[in-house]
Design a protein around this ligand. Structure first.
Ligand code: NAP
Length: 318
């Protein structure tokens, strides 16, 4: 497994890490024994970071992760990243929220605490929550501060608020279909020695190649309302999926591995955190690291994916 630096820190994080949103009602995986197997398989195969959040199942995902790491005796081996919701960013909310996360994760300190999103509904100034986070670092309850879904200008402001710490990562949507992060957020992160933690790196399974425009299931999970899976959008991404499949065949890989590898090849500050529903998917996703497609194939994917527009509202379709 390839390991990449977390921002400018000394931490080495597996280029393919594990997303833990799946361990909640949103994705329907609530079977603890299965979750434990997923986590132990991940670590056995070189993954050393798990990404969770307070919002995932309102603490359930954190609790599953903490319990599994404790029972598997992996607490010291795995770097745990969690997130504090954008609605919980008042000074005292931050201080209290971290107490709950530490309890559920069964840890003395949180390795990476990310602000899940900027505060959309409450008018909390950036410096209020950033200074609360820094206080937690000073007290040893949090090791590093990260953000998620932050535009670059707000990352700048967040850093301005911090006296001693700096924002080490920005977690954003980034996959072969949805590449808006490349416009501003990734160049800004490169310039500032920050990691990009790519969420939905498989476009919620769309890039695994197992769904086609003709056989789109009626999802009963978070994908019910996911624009990529609107049939009108999905038919537009089929040429890209077919290309991914063709390239996978050429290298003896599977489509998920090609899709993730393309992100890792594109930028060396990217870490991908695909979610998994079973241990087999984890093993497959780990196989996205440690090989490189040719520049010609990388370019074919670059050009095909550029042709795609994902419309985010059903209203735009006739
Ligand atoms: N910061 C944020 O705002 C934010 C937002 C979203 C997600 N995240 C984080 O990012 C992580 C991943 O993103 P995501 O959950 O949106 O989706 P994703 O990683 O793009 O897709 C995960 C889904 O793809 C399918 N899959 C995974 N590996 C596969 C494989 N090898 N072969 C075939 N199918 C495979 C599985 O679903 P099926 O088998 O059911 O198809 C799995 O649930 C989350 O767990 C979470 O930690 C963060």
């Amino acid at each position: 497994m390839e390991y990449r630096s977390l921002g400018s820190t000394e931490e080495k994080i597996s280029a393919v890490s594990l997303g833990a949103w799946q361990f909640s009602e949103s994705w329907g995986l609530l079977d603890y024994e299965m979750i434990k197997k997923i986590i132990s398989t991940a670590v056995d195969n070189g993954i050393n970071m798990i990404d969770t959040a307070i919002a995932y199942g309102r603490g359930k995902s954190e609790d599953f992760v903490g319990r599994a790491l404790e029972e598997l005796n992996l607490k010291e081996k795995v770097f745990v990243a969690t997130k504090i919701p954008g609605e919980m960013l008042g000074y005292h909310d931050v201080l209290r929220a971290v107490r709950g996360s530490l309890r559920r994760l069964r840890k003395e300190s949180i390795d990476l605490l990310q602000v899940h999103s900027p505060p959309l509904w409450n008018n909390i100034p950036t410096c209020e929550y950033m200074r609360a986070l820094e206080k937690l670092v000073i007290q040893g309850l949090v090791r590093y501060i990260g953000v998620s879904n932050f535009p670059s200008i707000l990352v700048e402001e967040a850093n301005f608020c911090l006296s001693r710490e700096e924002v080490v990562s920005n977690q954003v949507r980034y996959n072969l279909i949805e590449r808006d992060a490349e416009k501003e957020i990734i160049p800004h992160a490169l310039q500032n020695d920050m990691s990009i933690i790519a969420w939905s790196p498989l476009a919620k399974g769309a890039l695994s190649g197992k769904y086609t425009a003709e056989n789109l299931p009626k999802f009963s999970d978070v994908r019910q309302n996911e624009p990529i899976f609107y049939p009108e959008n999905f038919k537009n991404i089929m040429p890209l999926i077919d290309l991914v499949k063709g390239i996978a065949e050429k290298y003896g890989k599977i489509p998920s591995q090609v899709s993730l590898n393309w992100l890792l090849t594109s930028y060396d500050n990217v870490i991908v955190i695909p979610g998994a529903k079973n241990p087999e998917q984890v093993i497959e996703n780990v196989g996205a690291a440690d090989w490189k497609m040719s520049y010609d194939d990388w370019l074919l994917l670059e050009e095909e994916s550029r042709k795609i527009t994902i419309y985010r509202s059903l209203n735009v379709f006739p």
